[in-house]
Write a protein that binds this ligand. Structure first.
Ligand SMILES: Cc1cc2nc3c(=O)[nH]c(=O)nc-3n(C[C@H](O)[C@H](O)[C@H](O)COP(=O)(O)OP(=O)(O)OC[C@H]3O[C@@H](n4cnc5c(N)ncnc54)[C@H](O)[C@@H]3O)c2cc1C
Length: 382
């Protein structure tokens, strides 16, 4: 068994790498400083097909697979985490529910423009009182005269408030089951619908240019046909979407770690102390050796989980393992990269400080490390 990407995937990686180097890298510092949403870059990514990589061409996608998507997210994150998470949240969270569960009409109306990069999509699961305990959703959707009337609040949602944002899919309680448990369904809400209020952007530790906001729904009315998939299957649907999302977050972590590693490797060869480059000291070179080893392992885990998703075999455990290991590895790698830069690593103008701040969220978003350990334990029969 050879762990080699085929020619097509290698070419694809190079294309995304070139794009990230030429179109994103020159703007990274400005975007970080200003927190501006990178409209030009996102539009260009749309033109390149990066906003619809895994979806079929008939739905406006690039006709690629999950592995290609993981590679793209990794390459974007190697240069800029904000651009990478914008693509990741758009595909895994904003577009996936339409592709996997949407009707033909919903796919034509929403998946096509999303996949073509004409609009951005978002997914609202998290609430102030329902984070890891996502089943504790309080947002309600009541069916009245052929419309869902939605009330509730979602927090920390990626991509809903930009000029390109077109739609958010949310989980909402649509009833109570005979067992007394909540019936949760997925419903999409076009931006601009009365009663759908979008708060200003959060100020964040990292991912400054990514769009993260609180959403509030007050008697927000959408047609009954905005239900995605079957009523009551919202929980199951988002768990499956999250399996895919976790693979992409693992890839995002690999890319972030790779970016930090490359900075540290270059610096270790240049920075002279005690009369020689610091990379010549075993205390520094072993750090870099460990980083390279762990990045390689995390990359293999992410690609394996992606290939399993592409093959249509169960991959919940592998997706969670990849996300858990890659995100924690990324935090370790980014910490060591800052260490190798010494005091300079603590300075804002050095990219390692940015990678360090971008790394932390990877242990939290799309299921914290603790949640991943819960999922893996469950898969082990515990
Ligand atoms: C930048 C950013 C972007 C995001 N984008 C989105 C998005 O697009 N859509 C969306 O729906 N959400 C999004 N989120 C939300 C994210 O998924 C949640 O923050 C995450 O799932 C954790 O939920 P919480 O913040 O409520 O933490 P909590 O669930 O309150 O957890 C707090 C701590 O308790 C631990 N904990 C909780 N329960 C247990 C347990 N049973 N055992 C052990 N430890 C436990 C957690 O691991 C964590 O360490 C985003 C968050 C951020 C910061």
């Amino acid at each position: 068994m050879l762990f080699e990407l085929d020619e097509e995937k290698r070419l694809f990686r190079q294309t995304v790498r070139d794009f990230a180097e030429q179109e994103i890298r020159p703007h990274v510092e400005r975007l970080w400083e200003t927190g501006e949403f990178p409209y030009d870059i996102v539009r260009k990514m749309g033109e390149l097909g990066l906003l619809g990589i895994p979806w079929p061409e008939e739905y406006g996608g690039a006709g690629g697979d999950y592995l290609a998507y993981a590679i793209a997210v990794e390459e974007l994150a190697r240069v800029d985490g904000s651009c990478a998470i914008t693509v990741e949240a758009h595909i895994s969270l904003g577009s996936a529910p339409f592709y996997y569960y949407g009707t033909e009409e919903q796919k034509r109306d929403w998946l096509v423009p999303l996949a073509q990069g004409k609009m951005l999509g978002a997914f609202g699961l998290t609430e102030p009182e329902a984070g890891s305990d996502a089943g504790n959703t309080k947002t309600r959707a009541e069916l009245r005269d052929g419309h869902w009337v939605i009330n509730g609040t979602k927090c920390f949602i990626t991509n809903p408030g930009t000029e390109m944002s077109g739609v958010v899919t949310i989980t909402a309680v649509t009833g109570i089951r005979p067992s007394g448990k909540k019936e949760i369904s997925n419903i999409f809400i076009p931006k601009g619908t009365p009663g759908y209020n979008i708060a200003p952007k959060y100020r964040k530790m990292g991912w400054h240019a990514s769009d993260t906001r609180e959403l509030n729904f007050v008697d927000c009315k959408v047609p009954e046909s905005n239900l995605i998939g079957k009523r009551g299957e919202g929980f199951k649907q988002f768990l499956d979407c999250l399996d895919g999302g976790r693979i992409a977050i693992a890839a995002l972590a690999v890319g972030t770690a790779q970016g930090a590693f490359e900075e540290a490797l270059r610096y270790a060869k240049e920075r002279v102390q005690f009369g020689q480059p610091i990379g010549k000291f075993q205390g520094v070179s072993f750090k870099l050796a460990d980083m390279a080893t762990e990045i390689e392992l995390a990359r293999n885990m992410a690609y394996k989980a992606a290939a399993m998703r592409d093959a249509g075999v169960p991959h919940t455990k592998e997706a969670s393992m990849a996300k858990l290991f890659a995100s924690e590895m990324c935090m370790r790698a980014a910490t060591q990269a800052v260490q190798i830069f010494g005091g300079y690593g603590f300075m804002e103008e050095y990219p390692v400080s940015r990678f360090f701040r971008d790394a932390k969220i990877l242990e939290i978003g799309e299921g914290t490390s603790e949640v991943q350990r819960m999922v893996i334990s469950r898969e082990l029969g515990l």
